[in-house]
Design a protein around this ligand. Structure first.
Ligand code: GLA
Length: 435
């Protein structure tokens, strides 16, 4: 190897080491203010819901006390509208003092004391989307340092009020600046969403190198239309998007809106199911202080969380779009398991969909299926067995599937799968990777 090659190799190694801080081997889980609480800064008239330290403390209490943290929901993420309109005398960002009188470092301590992590929002550009101070190229270093000094664990870096040339410089620079702080900080980039989300404008391999996750598409709103539009766009473009995802690098179709006003129970299940198939971040934006039990059950479903958090980190795909408006989604999982989702885009009545695993590209053999939302089991399935699922309008049926070995080989893989699934059902512990 000549000196040039050696230098190249060293550069490559140092780049990889420098940028890979080992975070987010599985998709992040947590809570973010934006979709539900927006830019409500009116603490006079709406003290319970305005963007203030009280709101984030309330949500931290809920995550810690209502069983969320043990399931993996750990990030509390502040979105836009936390800042003062002015930087301080040293050019540092500062929180609006009337709404965050204790400052961010104190809030971070409160959150860390509860075993949780704090995320914050900034914008690569002259202003944030709501008009608060932006992070222009010359401010990147100081802002990264400020966040690290406050104990921030996650940065959502938005892209309003900048152009593609500035973004091309700014997003990699912030990645370096965060690494240079020495604090492990998750880096969420909104960059691709500002470039239309697709190659050739978006370079997904570069993004994977510098960001842990990225927003690809439009903001989610509190409606089934919005959720459907997102699912459709991600699936229509899965050939570009799906290979970009993996441990430490995730597509982000935006927040979970389950528990708000716009989704029926079936639609809420559909969002959760598709986000699990897509290996998407499970970041809720809802009011954890007032949550219907049906929403809680969906968001706290251990099996679906385990599917989302599968350690192989392979994003799933849409397999089929039927004329009947039934769609089938699939994701491969550890231990040769897999997840299937049957989604109905119909608007009439429950639809009886007949198919077989062989039709869905499964290998010959027998399988056991667990229905994720009803916890029932389907046994004795052969790849060629024709089965029927009844899918509600805008709802899903979701299966976790395990191949069964023939009895002669039963002390090998089959037992492992059995054990894995029992672990998941009966002993699921706080945390991840129980599949
Ligand atoms: C953009 C982002 C949203 C939210 C708002 C805040 O629209 O995509 O997720 O952060 O800005 O202003």
């Amino acid at each position: 190897m000549g000196p040039f090659a050696v230098t190249q190799l060293l550069t490559l190694i140092s780049l990889t080491v420098a940028l890979d801080n080992g975070l987010l081997k599985i998709p992040p889980m947590g809570w973010m203010a934006w979709e539900r609480f927006r830019c409500d800064v009116d603490c006079q008239d709406d003290p319970e819901n305005c963007i203030s330290e009280g709101l984030f403390r309330d949500m931290a209490d809920r995550l810690a006390e209502d069983g969320w943290r043990e399931l993996g929901y750990e990030y509390i993420i502040i979105d836009d509208c936390w800042m003062s309109r002015l930087r301080d005398e040293q050019e540092k960002l500062q929180p609006e003092p009337s709404r965050f009188p204790g400052g961010i470092a104190k809030l971070a301590r409160y959150i860390h004391d509860r075993g949780l992590k704090l995320g914050i929002y900034a914008d690569m550009g002259t202003h944030t989307c709501m008009g608060f101070p932006g992070t222009t190229l010359d401010k990147i270093e100081i802002d990264a340092q400020t966040f690290a000094s406050w104990g921030v664990d996650y940065l959502k870096f938005d892209g309003c009020y900048s152009n593609p040339v500035e973004q091309m410089q700014g997003y990699p620079l912030m990645s370096k600046a965060l690494n240079a702080t020495g604090r492990p900080i998750v880096y969420s980039c909104s960059w691709p969403a500002y470039l239309g989300g697709l190659p050739p404008n978006v370079n997904y391999s570069l993004l994977g190198d510098i960001c842990h996750l990225w927003r690809n598409y439009y903001d989610i709103q509190d409606s089934w239309d919005s959720v459907q539009g997102i699912i459709e766009w991600f699936s229509d473009n899965q050939d570009d998007l799906q290979p970009a995802a993996g441990p430490g690098r995730w597509n982000d179709p935006d927040m979970l809106i389950i528990g708000n006003f716009g989704l029926s129970v079936d639609q809420a299940r559909s969002q959760m199911a598709l986000w699990a198939i897509m290996a998407a971040p499970l970041i809720m934006s809802n009011d954890l202080r007032n949550l219907a039990n049906s929403a809680r059950a969906i968001l706290q479903n251990k099996m679906i969380i385990a599917i989302n958090q599968d350690p192989m980190g392979i994003q799933g795909r849409r397999l089929l779009q039927e004329k009947s408006q039934i769609e089938v989604y699939w994701r491969p999982l550890s231990h040769s398991a897999s997840a299937l989702v049957f989604l109905s885009r119909r608007t009439d009545m429950p639809y009886l969909y007949h198919t077989s695993l062989a039709k869905l590209n499964y290998d010959a053999g027998s399988y056991e299926a667990y229905e994720v939302f009803t916890s029932s089991t389907v046994t004795g399935l052969n790849a060629t067995t024709v089965f029927t699922v009844s899918i509600n309008p805008s709802g899903v049926v979701m299966w976790y599937l395990i191949p069964q070995q023939k009895p002669r080989q039963s002390d090998t893989l089959y037992d492992q799968h059995k054990k894995a699934s029992q672990f998941m059902f009966h002993k699921a512990k706080p945390g991840h990777s129980t599949l």
